[in-house]
Write a protein that binds this ligand. Structure first.
Ligand code: ARG
Length: 458
């Protein structure tokens, strides 16, 4: 019958076999084993300190749990589907090992507050790890920026050549995004790092527990303040999934640029062979699989956010079994984000920049047209008029297959008598870039200042 079930008391019929499989979470929640054991040890110690269970039992429980931990880590623990989840697999093994004392562990606790605790313990470590991966990627980007500090490339709007920029400035744009991602992860940690244990099934517990003591043992700076909310809150997981979605959106935009830049049409960069694959039929191919896959995986991370938001919508208080569906999207997102960040950090570090190709591209497309307009403004012409004059000179260049720097001084003067020979030095790529000196602009001086600021951890 249901005698192997920890909740079998009120049942007379065994669980339907397929229901057992269908409702079990052990296949995916076994990855919480460490957190589950750590939480149980803290709970047992508190029960002992409060004299809710005898101290000898606490010692047996702690010892037993430590043995189970070793067994799991050595791959010698048989997880059973009929025991449903990680919590009951461990608790049932503990009782089998140490008898009576093991059966006292669950005093004043429910799986509802237990699972909330386990996920919070799990996620808070992952948040710290993801922040470290973000640091690694930022470091890779800074290295590329430093290595190619004076490389000029075209900056785009609408994917049309706009103005020349430093390649390093482009890398620093991603640095800003990933720094914000890190700040969001750190912020999410504040809401994750709160102890829910002690909420019981939903209403609290009749035993004189000391939640603050458990919080101290488990390094939680605070405890939750409402038992119903404690067992039904997954906001911290949703926040993480939302932040992860934004992070993946950044990686996906970056991926798109890397894919574009490594085409034979652009040829701005070469990804190293180790991060590309070939084609089984076209011998010439070197495909940017890694950025493509990261771009593709962004879809699952968005999907995971939508999945959990949808699970949570309309759930009445407090715990509902629906919430067991929180784990797969959460774990999948954690794995995907960590994998993507790690592979990007390495790939960017090894990326080769084709300096000349970038520079030549930056010189095309009348990228310094704005600089001519600004030049005229400095000579006293209103900006709107200057815009018109330069527009005409660009049209002339197109009709005569010329570039702006190739116009003779006579031709220039034909567009405006205000133009003098100093126009030539005003519209070099360097002059264009370095004129943009205000904070956040692409000048060499500004970019160096920003690199130093980020390097200094600001
Ligand atoms: N496996 C469950 C989950 O992941 C644990 C909590 C179950 N609680 C319950 N009352 N069935 O959510």
């Amino acid at each position: 019958m249901s005698k192997d079930k920890l909740w079998g008391g009120r049942f007379t019929q065994p669980t339907n076999k397929f229901v057992e499989e269908f409702t079990a979470s052990i296949d995916f929640d076994k990855r919480l084993y460490h957190q589950d054991i750590r939480g149980s040890i803290a709970h047992a110690r508190m029960l002992g300190k409060q004299r809710i269970i005898p101290m000898e039992d606490v010692e047996k429980i702690v010892h037993g749990l430590q043995e189970i931990l070793d067994q799991i880590e050595a791959g010698k623990f048989d997880f059973s589907i009929s025991l449903e989840d990680i919590h009951m697999n461990i608790e049932s093994r503990l009782s089998a090992k140490i008898g009576e004392a093991g059966k006292r562990l669950h005093t004043g606790r429910s799986r509802n507050d237990q699972v909330a605790l386990d996920i919070r313990l799990y996620l808070r470590d992952e948040l710290v790890e993801i922040s470290a991966y973000l640091d690694l990627l930022v470091d890779s980007l800074l290295n590329q920026a430093e290595k190619n500090i004076d490389v000029i490339m075209p900056g785009y709007t609408h994917l049309q050549t706009a103005q020349p920029i430093l390649f390093a400035h482009h890398m620093l744009a991603y640095v800003e995004m990933f720094k914000r991602d890190k700040a969001r992860m750190e912020d999410c940690l504040k809401r994750t790092n709160v102890l829910p244990l002690g909420a019981g099934a939903l209403a609290g517990t009749t035993f004189p527990i000391d939640r603050e003591h458990v919080a101290e043992l488990l390094d939680f700076p605070e405890v939750t303040r409402n038992s119903l909310d404690s067992v039904s809150d997954r906001d911290f997981a949703l926040e993480f999934l939302a932040h992860a979605s934004i992070l993946m959106m950044h990686l996906s935009r970056f991926s798109e640029e890397l894919i574009l830049w490594s085409t034979s049409e652009f040829k701005f960069i070469d990804l190293s062979d180790g991060f590309c694959t070939g084609s089984s039929i076209m011998p010439q191919k070197k495909n940017p699989d890694v950025p493509e896959l990261v771009r593709g995986k962004t879809g699952r991370v968005y999907g995971n956010l939508m999945a959990l938001l949808t699970v949570m919508k309309s759930l009445p208080l407090a715990y509902n079994k629906d919430m067991q569906e929180d784990k797969e999207p959460l774990f999948d997102t954690i794995d995907t984000v960590k994998g993507s960040l790690k592979i990007f950090a390495d790939m960017i570090r090894e990326m080769q920049v084709n300096t000349d190709t970038m520079r030549n591209a930056a010189a095309k497309g009348f990228s310094t047209a704005t600089d001519v307009a600004d030049y005229l403004v400095r000579k006293g012409m209103p900006f709107r008029d200057a815009h018109e004059v330069v527009g005409k000179s660009v049209a002339y260049c197109i009709a005569n297959k010329k570039d702006l720097p190739e116009l003779s001084i006579e031709e220039w003067k034909g567009f405006s008598p205000m133009i003098d020979t100093d126009i030539y030095e005003a519209i070099t790529l360097e002059a264009s870039v370095n004129a943009r000196r205000a904070t956040g602009g692409t000048s060499l001086e500004g970019v160096k200042r920003e690199i130093a600021r980020v390097r200094a951890g600001k």
